[in-house]
Structures are given as C-alpha cells and as structure tokens.
Design a protein around this ligand. Structure first.
Ligand code: HMG
Length: 417
C-alpha cells in the first residue's frame, strides 16, 4: 500500500500586539471600508524587535512539541521557510534547533522563495518521508515571517507577522497529501522583492496581483490534469474545482482569496468542453459566484483577517483557520491548497483531511493564542515600527515563548520558553 504522508499537527505563534484595521484607516484618512470590505482585513499583527522571525519560529515549534507531545527523538529534519532571514549564512533553523535542544542527528536548513518558501520546505519534507529516505522519522517545517512595507505605504494595511509550525509524518491526522499530483508554475518577475539590507519590502502592488493570478492558473491547471488522470476529479455537471470540498489560498490580504477563487473557477469555465456560459462576460460573472466562495473559501479566512499577511505562513494560517472552524465536518474530504511566492512560483496541491483533525486542532488552542493579544493604538504601533531592529526592548518573555534579548558582536541571543 502507498504510504500516507502529510501534516500530523500544527501550532501557531503570533506577536503579542495588534492594531485594529479601522483605527489604522482613520489615522491614515482612509474610509475604513476600503481596508475592511476592500481588502478583507479586521486586525493586523504588530511585532516589536524582540519578536523577530527566529523567536516566532521557536515559539511555534516549542508550542507544537508541547501541545502535541511530539517525540523529538524521531524528528530527522527541521526546515524553516522564511523570507525574513536574520543572517546571510546562519539559518533560522539552526537557532530553532538550539533553542529547542533538538537531537544532533538531524538535517536543518532554511528555504527561501518569498511566500513560497514554506511550501517548498513542506514538499521537501513530505517527499523525503514518502520516498522512504526518512526511514520512519518525522519532520518539522516552520513557516515564519514578518510582513513589513512601512508606514503610510499602500502595502501598510497588508502587513502582519507570525509563525506556523507543522509536524510532517506518516500519521497525517490533519491532512494526508496527494503526493505527486502537485501543479507548479514559475516565472521571473519583479512583483515584490526586498533587496539585501532593506528592512521593508518593495512591491508593485497591482502587478503583484496579476502575477499571482497568472501563476496560479498555471499551477491549478497542472494539478487538475494529474487529478483527472488519477480519477480524483472529472468534467461533470460540477466543475472540477467544485469537486474539492474547500480550497485554501495564499492570503496576502483576505480579498485576494476571493480573486484567486474566481481565477480557479475561470480556468475551469474556460477549459470546459461544453463552453457554457458562452460569452467571456458571462464566464467572468459565473467565476465570481458568491455561493461558491461562501461554500469553499470564506471559512478559511478567520485567522488571516485578524493577523494580516504572514508571507510563508499565510497559507498554513488559512489551513489552521479552516480546520479550526470545520475540522470535524471535513473529515475524509479532499481539499485544495494554493501557495504563491512572489518572484514568482505557484504550487497547487491537494490532500484529504484526517479523522482526528478536530481533536488535533483543539490541542492547538487557537482561540487562546489570539485572545491573549493586546490591542494597541496607532501611535504605539508607529512607535514599535520605528524601533531599531537590533535593540530589542528589555521585556521578559511570556511563559512558553522566546524573545530576542540582544545582538552582541553580531550574535543574536534569545531568552525564554
Ligand atoms: P491600493 O492601490 O491602495 O488599493 O492597494 P486599491 O485602490 O486597489 O483598493 C483595494 C480594494 O479596495 C479594491 O477592491 C477597491 O475597489 C476597494 P478590488 O477592486 O481589488 O476588488 N475599495 C473599497 N471598498 C469599499 N469601500 C471603499 C473602497 N475603496 C477602495 N471606500 C494593494 C492595494 C493590495 C495593491 C496594496 O495594499 C499592496 O500593494 N499590498 C502589498 C502587495 C500584495 O499584497 N500583493 C498581493 C499579491 S502578491 C503576493 O501575494 C505575494 C506576497 O504575499 C509576498 C511574497 O510572496 O513574499 C505579497
């Protein structure tokens, strides 16, 4: 029998402060409806320099190990997906490995390709296990990022930060992946980038949306072709994409998931042999179906709307939100997942939700993780944004979390957990 491989459990870490998106809109003299209805945001995570990409990754991974009683002696690979690197050479994975006192006999590395780096790491881990090379061992994949465009920029309401840690194994209680069905699409574009030495990303915002939708169409069509060959979806009275119970998207801001879903449907409507609806305008209208969005996408966005963009972790925050909302109802159902990283690469893959998904998600305690946060004013958010990255305020870490304590002679020191 083919090995079942996938995500056994997950844990989430977010900065301990957030700003209300309507407060931010008012402070910028913008109609709040632009940020709420126009972008789909509610709240935005705000980190301080002590909550860097390492401390968020280590906190998420420590939480995963503690909440799910992970046997660390069986972990053979630790991959960190990030585009918020803290060093050109030393990987975040090595910090996480040290802070968590993980066993020495382990492969550790970071994976970088904008928001796609986490999925690249997940596939490396899944395929390592599926190939048999893992010899029964498990893998930790941690997606960690801080999305930062700067004060008063167009990207400002789409900032955020956090980390999602995934345990990958042959006991995929959350999601058993359809290994090998993945569709991928790459192209060399400058839609979003962060030159070496810059703290803030540069972005060609509207163009980045076009790049996302274009790469996504290629990735989805690649997956659909393989899924059809395997008999998982077919041309039918229901579109192939409608034969997936839910579809989760990379979520730079929540409205993007709505645009992405319309694009997936448009691919199906354009490619269907019976070519109905007949006109491009009618196809566009059918692609934007509110009923399909409500049924297949809307429930995945609960956490993303309250945290903002988490780059590599954003798709996995959507997975967490989806299974938190409907883990029991989705047991044994196939869902689709779309990862996008600027630059750019898109990957569409699928998997079957496990029977223990709800039980595993209950242990992740996501309501408490979010409820513990403190709402701050726009003035306080601006003060935190203006702090130098290398001089963290001396704050004792909350129990179970890590903080950057200081950078001395270019060496980072962490406290906590
Ligand atoms: P903008 O130009 O300020 O906003 O920036 P806009 O004018 O496009 O308006 C946004 C939406 O609000 C529009 O809706 C407006 O109609 C609506 P749409 O037409 O798109 O459906 N709107 C209103 N709605 C209700 N009431 C109102 C109102 N006013 C306007 N009063 C933009 C928006 C997203 C471009 C900007 O925030 C940005 O540049 N963000 C960063 C880039 C980004 O997130 N790109 C997404 C795709 S690329 C990606 O996902 C990769 C990424 O995660 C990075 C990585 O891979 O590493 C970013």
């Amino acid at each position: 029998m083919k090995k079942r491989v996938g995500i056994e459990a997950l844990a989430v870490a977010v900065p301990r402060r957030y700003v209300d998106i309507e407060d931010l809109a008012r402070a910028r003299g913008v109609d709040p409806a632009k940020f709420t209805a126009g972008l789909g945001a509610k709240e935005m995570a705000v980190n301080d320099p002590g909550e860097d990409s390492v401390s968020l990754a280590a906190t998420a991974a420590a939480r995963l190990i503690q909440q799910q009683s992970v046997d660390t002696s069986r972990v053979g690979m630790l991959v960190v997906g990030t585009e918020t690197g803290v060093d050109h050479s030393k990987p975040i994975a090595s910090h996480v490995h040290g802070l968590l006192k993980l066993p020495r006999a382990m492969r550790t590395f970071d994976s970088q390709h904008a928001c796609y780096g986490g999925t690249a790491g997940l596939m490396a881990a899944v395929e390592w296990i599926a190939s048999g090379a893992g010899a029964g061992r498990t893998a930790l994949v941690v997606c960690t990022d801080i999305a930062r465009y700067g004060l008063k920029t167009a990207g400002e309401p789409t900032q955020g930060g956090g980390a999602v840690a995934l345990l990958v194994s042959e006991t995929p209680d959350l999601l058993a992946l359809d290994v090998g069905l993945n569709g991928v699409c790459t192209s060399d574009v400058y839609d979003f980038w962060r030159p070496v030495g810059r703290r803030e990303a540069l972005v060609d915002g509207h163009y980045s949306i076009t790049c996302y939708l274009d790469a996504m169409a290629g990735a989805y069509r690649g997956w659909r072709q393989r899924a059809m060959e395997q008999g998982l979806v077919r041309w039918d009275s229901k579109l192939p994409s409608e034969q997936l119970s839910r579809i989760l998207y990379h979520v730079p801001f929540c409205k993007m998931a709505r645009k992405a879903h319309a694009q997936v449907r448009l691919c199906d409507l354009e490619d269907a042999a019976d070519s109905s609806p007949a006109t491009p305008e009618a196809r566009d209208e059918a692609a934007k179906s509110q009923a399909s969005y409500d049924a297949q996408v809307a429930k995945s966005l609960g956490l993303n709307a309250r945290v903002g963009n988490v780059y590599t972790a954003s798709l996995y925050l959507a997975l967490a939100g989806q299974l938190h909302a409907e883990g029991a109802a989705l047991a044994n159902q196939r869902i689709g997942l779309l990862s996008y990283g600027s630059g750019c690469c898109a990957e569409f893959y699928s998997g079957v939700v496990g029977e223990k998904a709800a039980e595993r998600m209950a242990r992740a305690d996501l309501d408490t993780v979010l409820a513990k946060r403190e709402r701050v004013s726009v003035e306080e958010y601006e003060r935190l944004m203006n702090l130098p990255y290398d001089a963290p305020e001396a704050i004792a870490p909350e129990p179970g979390t890590f903080r950057l304590a200081e950078i001395h002679e270019h060496r980072r020191k962490y406290a906590g957990a």
